[in-house]
Design a protein around this ligand. Structure first.
Ligand code: NAD
Length: 482
């Protein structure tokens, strides 16, 4: 059992005044595996105040970029020590297969933090001579301030680190609100930061639901919001931040397309689709869940994708051989099953799955594939967030691109071809924040984010650091010594 009574606020473990708790439930056994306290508004106030003090405290604000970078590298080293434990915590809470959790949730945050520690070591000031020679301007990169980080349950550790690492590297301080489904790993992250010697108030963790998140993002002591989650919640947060003129990064939902070109090698394509379309049992924002196939090859593609879905191992997420685990919650399974029912009624061909696997407990569904799907149908337009794939026929590459772009979303996407140059040409035409050719994997050194209803702003890469820095220009009438 994972029993917690305290939250991490201002460098100390504090029992919330309200006494409310949240049960942590295993999606595999449906049994309680732990309890965490729920923060109230007074704990959020305390966390924001602590972050505000830490922002100006000499222990943090007084560090040079090199010193801060060194501290963050120490934090990364601590994270490396408990990588296995953090990966397992994610798996027992959200059902992510442990093979994925080990790489993404265990090791992933270590590499991201090391990368931003390296970027953050650069000098914060630059001197620019005016083009007309009338003096010099000092351009400073300053921390944007107290950052509210709100994350979902699907990749809790890595999505937190997409925000926490650049925020800290820029000199910001943070109040993190994890999703109610994944709190244990967030508290472990706080304990790791404490062991690494992060000064009090630099990272604070408050646990609770959407109402607490709404209170945090609108808090007057917050200067920036970084959110990953649903488009519906993102719109609400965007409205609040717009009214407050508060910078915000929104990483939202997706319904990306895999364009299988007429020259694609299906064996390679299907092997790639196993991760780029079904990773984490379909609970990944960028997945290419609309598979666009040349009409002449539609049945062949449908058979290959159905073969893949039927061959995947469904089971205990802690078993390294498992490809697909349970969905995160009963609510999520009900949502996915509603879409499967919709697909069955829509006239599309059910080619694989469509039900539950033979297990007596856990929120499992079979990976499901529909063929002959209309791109205008709800099955093709709405984010399902489960292992449900649609195969959609197209006539000619122009129509493939048009179908890929005919979506409210624009987050990921893939092109499958034996001609990489041709794949690159098609990728350039896809309206999306990222596209993979014969492969899809995020790059810590390249910006990630969405267009249209998939979000605003970018994470990762130097652009991801810039989102936590504000610029100040100090005009000097004459040159001063360096
Ligand atoms: P969600 O939007 O319901 O919740 C996400 C987080 O926001 C939770 O911590 C929740 O408590 C909080 N929250 C909800 N409403 C809020 C509000 N009005 N104000 C402040 N906080 C609020 O999403 P979810 O169901 O937990 O996660 C799944 C969604 O996340 C999917 O739509 C998926 O596509 C998206 N996602 C996007 C990315 C990306 O990078 N674009 C990555 C992973 C997941």
């Amino acid at each position: 059992m994972h029993e917690h009574e305290s939250l991490y606020l201002d460098g100390a473990w504090v029992r919330p005044a309200g006494g409310a708790t949240l049960a942590v439930i295993s999606p595999d056994t449906e049994e309680r595996i732990g309890t965490v306290p729920v923060a109230g508004e007074s704990e959020v106030d305390a966390a924001v105040a602590a972050a505000g003090r830490a922002l100006r405290a000499p222990e943090w604000a007084g560090l040079s970029p090199e010193q801060r970078s060194g501290l963050l590298l120490g934090f990364a080293a601590e994270l490396e020590k408990n990588a296995g434990e953090r990966a397992a915590l994610t798996t027992i809470q959200n059902g992510m297969p442990i093979s994925i959790a080990t790489a993404a949730e265990g090791a992933g945050p270590v590499g991201i933090l090391q990368y931003f520690a390296m970027l953050g070591a650069q000098p914060a000031e630059e001197r620019r001579t005016r083009p007309d020679g009338r003096g010099v301007t000092v351009v400073r990169k300053e921390p944007v301030g107290v950052v509210a980080i709100v994350v979902p349950w699907n990749f809790p550790q890595v999505l937190t680190m997409f925000k926490l690492a650049p925020a800290l590297a820029a000199g910001c301080t943070v109040v993190l609100k994890p999703s109610p489904e994944t709190t244990l790993d967030a508290l472990e992250l706080a304990a790791t930061a404490e062991r690494a010697g992060l000064p009090a108030g630099v990272l604070n963790v408050v646990t609770g639901g959407a109402d607490l998140g709404a209170y945090l993002v609108a808090h007057p002591g917050v200067q920036k919001v970084a959110f990953t989650g649903s488009t519906a919640a993102g719109r609400k947060i965007g409205e609040v931040c717009g009214r407050l003129l508060r910078p915000v990064t929104l990483e939202l939902g997706g319904k990306s397309a895999a364009i299988v070109l007429d020259d694609a090698d299906l064996a390679t394509t299907v092997q790639g689709l196993a991760t780029s379309s079904l990773l984490n049992t379909g609970q990944t924002c960028y997945l290419s869940t609309r598979i666009l196939a040349p009409r002449a090859r539609h049945d062949e593609v449908l058979a290959a994708v159905s073969g893949l879905a039927s061959a995947l191992t469904i089971g205990d997420p802690l078993d390294p051989a498992t490809h697909l685990g349970p969905l995160v919650s009963d609510r999520q399974r009900q949502k996915v099953e509603q879409y499967v029912a919709l697909g069955k009624d829509s006239g599309a061909t059910l080619a694989a799955g469509g039900g539950r696997p033979d297990r007596d407990r856990g929120w499992y569904v079979q990976p499901t594939v529909f063929g002959g799907v209309d791109n205008g149908s709800r099955l093709a337009r709405e984010e399902i967030f489960g292992p449900v794939l649609t195969v959609i026929p197209y006539d000619g590459v122009d129509e493939a691109v048009a179908l890929a772009n005919d979506s409210d979303y624009g987050l990921g996407g893939t092109i499958w071809t034996t001609d990489v140059e041709k794949g690159l040409d098609v990728a350039r035409r896809v309206e999306s924040g990222s596209v993979g050719v014969n492969f899809y994997d995020l790059d810590v050194n390249a910006p990630f984010g969405g267009v249209k209803a998939s979000g605003v702003g970018r994470e990762l890469g130097p652009e991801g650091l810039a989102a936590y820095q504000q610029l100040k220009s100090i005009y000097l009438g004459q040159e001063i010594s360096a």
